[in-house]
Design a protein around this ligand. Structure first.
Ligand code: HEM
Length: 219
């Protein structure tokens, strides 16, 4: 199925998405006041005191540092304007991004997924999304090294889409508060929906942008 949208609508959608991601980053950073030092009265840390000060705290703080950083770097790296003006900067930030995803965000996400608030189904959802992020980052990096630029863009877009699970899960959480969806299954489902939905949107986006198909040599 091919969807047609005007150039202006696509630009508007892009800017609205950027604003949404920035808003979630700002709100997330604001919530850090409860994590430095840890306040075990807030919902996310409630009941975690018994195991917090061990491996969990390492994963947790590594995650707090790498999560927003990779989202911000993702926004910069996806910007055509930035890449056009600063190709060297794009390469340096790209290396930092791939290193941070593979060595900090993915391991910390997997470490925390063993203790997911609502159990194993949510935990497996988070761990799978962590692995998928790492795979997209590796394939995107490999394509860049081989100068397969369209393939590189596609894998990095997929990688960023999964990073945006942090945004989607907070939107679902906010809607849950407004509409009173407080059943555990909502949270468990959101651990999966939050990354599968943006990934599906990337595939729809590819259909919208059929004017720039992958060339034979680049697929
Ligand atoms: C693939 C990428 C990611 C994975 C696999 C992942 C995984 C997780 C897991 C398993 C938890 C604990 C959930 C629970 O116990 O129920 C968590 C919490 C958290 N994540 Fe991520 N995450 C990812 C990306 C991000 C990003 C990009 C951010 C940036 C905003 C982020 C920020 C946080 C924060 C701040 C928490 C603590 C809870 C809160 O305050 O909401 N994560 N993440």
């Amino acid at each position: 199925m091919q969807i047609t949208l005007s150039h202006h609508s696509i630009r508007l959608l892009k800017w609205l998405s950027v604003l949404l991601v920035v808003k979630v980053i700002v709100f997330t950073l604001y919530s850090y006041r409860n994590y430095f030092p840890p306040n075990f009265e807030v919902p996310f840390l409630l009941g975690r005191q018994s195991y917090f000060f061990g491996q969990y705290s390492w994963s947790f703080y590594a995650h707090l540092a790498s999560g927003p950083t990779t989202l911000v770097l993702g926004l910069i790296l996806l910007s055509d304007r930035f890449r056009g003006r600063y190709p060297h900067g794009h390469r340096i930030l790209g290396r930092i991004q791939v290193g941070m995803i593979l060595f900090v965000l993915v391991p910390s996400g997997i470490g925390m997924s063993f203790y997911a608030l609502t159990g194993i189904l949510a935990g497996v959802g988070f761990a799978t999304s962590a692995i998928a992020t790492g795979v997209c980052a590796i394939l995107g990096w490999r394509a860049a090294v081989r100068r397969k630029i369209q393939t590189h863009r596609l894998w990095m877009l997929r990688c960023f889409a999964i990073l945006c699970s942090a945004v989607v899960i907070r939107i679902i959480g906010g809607m849950g508060t407004v509409y009173g969806w407080d059943a555990p299954w909502v949270y468990q489902a959101s651990a999966w929906i939050s990354w599968l939905l943006p990934l599906a949107l990337v595939e729809v986006h590819r259909n919208i942008q059929l004017v720039q198909p992958l060339s034979q040599s680049d697929s």
